[in-house]
Design a protein around this ligand. Structure first.
Ligand code: PHE
Length: 342
């Protein structure tokens, strides 16, 4: 019987398999009711008493080797079934993939980026400033007379109990900061959110976005302003775009103008977008008033400059033929997803 056990031990040692069925057969063969170990224990009674101790150790050794072998093979079969080849046949490689819902840029972000890129090509750099500003940066430095209606509660959101602090009504306030902290030449554009106390309608909102530009150097002329804006309009819309400057008024520029571009929809023939005039107004501009330069410690006898400002909502409405600006703030996915590839 002892030699038999040694043979079984060898068999256990050599045994290996990668499938559960063979392992189960192996288990039954050794540990089953009529298995080898049952036989070995059965034979116990026929062993002479003085050899029983040694024999017992032999059988127990065999039993624990069998258990170890089963545990080891079971673990390796389990491992390969979770990572490996056995189950790949259960995966349908032809099944369609889950489509990830990709986000899209907001149309206002797309147009803001387009505008910034055009001016960056001309050497302008982007400047940023606070949305909550003091009266000096929003109005006083920009040559607004003390009793100017734009300071009126109707247009400006003032911070309660702090009459000197308000939400900026334009990003010209950023340009004041740039002029204070830099010496000419200055070429900067200031994109950002602005706030005006206006009733919300298809054409106006109390929060909107602006991009304002400023160029200050020696001998800057109105011709420079005109050429810069013509270049901008033709880059933004198309090469056939014409511009028209109409006299206007802003406290911080002299002379001041409003700029129209030829209607891209009807090519100047007249349609409901341009109200049958052939022209659409897109921005305000002018030569920086010498008082503004002096307020910001720039010598107006040496330097001159031009400034312009436009609404991003308005540019976006024109570019994508959008009739109501409230849709920009509604987070309507059907609207936003149309801009997914831009
Ligand atoms: N700041 C003006 C506005 O908010 C726009 C503007 C900027 C006009 C620069 C002229 C020059 O309406």
């Amino acid at each position: 019987m002892k030699t038999q056990i040694t043979e079984w031990l060898l068999e256990v040692e050599r045994f290996t398999t990668t499938n559960s069925k063979d392992l189960e057969d192996f288990r039954v063969k050794f540990l089953g009711k009529k298995g080898h170990l049952a036989h070995a224990f059965e034979a116990f009674k026929n062993i002479p008493p003085e050899e029983r101790k040694e024999y017992g150790q032999h059988v127990n050794n065999l039993k624990s080797k069998v258990n170890d072998k089963i545990a080891e093979l079971r673990a390796s079969i389990d491992r390969s079934s979770t990572t490996g080849s056995d189950t790949t046949k259960d995966i349908d490689l032809t099944a369609p993939v889950d489509i990830h819902d990709l986000g899209s840029r907001h149309p206002l972000s797309i147009v803001r980026k387009d505008i910034i890129k055009i001016f960056e090509r001309l050497g302008f750099y982007v400047s940023d400033g606070p949305e909550i500003e003091d009266d000096w940066h929003i109005f006083t430095a920009l040559n607004f007379p003390q009793d100017h209606p734009a300071r009126d509660m109707q247009d400006t959101f003032f911070i309660e109990k702090k009459p000197d602090i308000a939400l900026r009504t334009h990003t010209s306030s950023v340009q004041v900061r740039v002029m204070q902290n830099n010496s000419p030449p200055i070429r900067t554009i200031s994109p950002g959110r602005v706030f005006r106390n206006e009733a919300i309608s298809a054409r106006a909102h109390c929060i909107f976005h602006q991009i304002e530009g400023l160029y200050i150097n020696k001998d800057v002329s109105f011709a420079d302003l005109k050429q810069t804006l013509l270049y901008f309009a033709q880059e933004m819309f198309d090469k056939d775009t014409h511009i028209r400057l109409r006299p206007s008024y802003f406290p911080f520029t002299e002379p001041s103008a409003e700029m129209d571009v030829s209607c891209k929809l009807c090519k100047g023939k007249g349609c409901n977008i341009c109200k049958y005039t052939g022209w659409v107004e897109i921005l305000g501009c002018g030569m920086v008033d010498p008082n503004v330069l002096e307020n910001c410690n720039i010598d107006s006898s040496i330097y001159s400059g031009f400034a312009f400002g436009m609404g991003v909502e308005r540019m976006t409405m024109l570019k994508y033929d959008i009739k109501d600006l409230r849709i920009f703030f509604e987070n309507d996915l059907n609207f936003l997803k149309q801009f997914a590839s831009l």
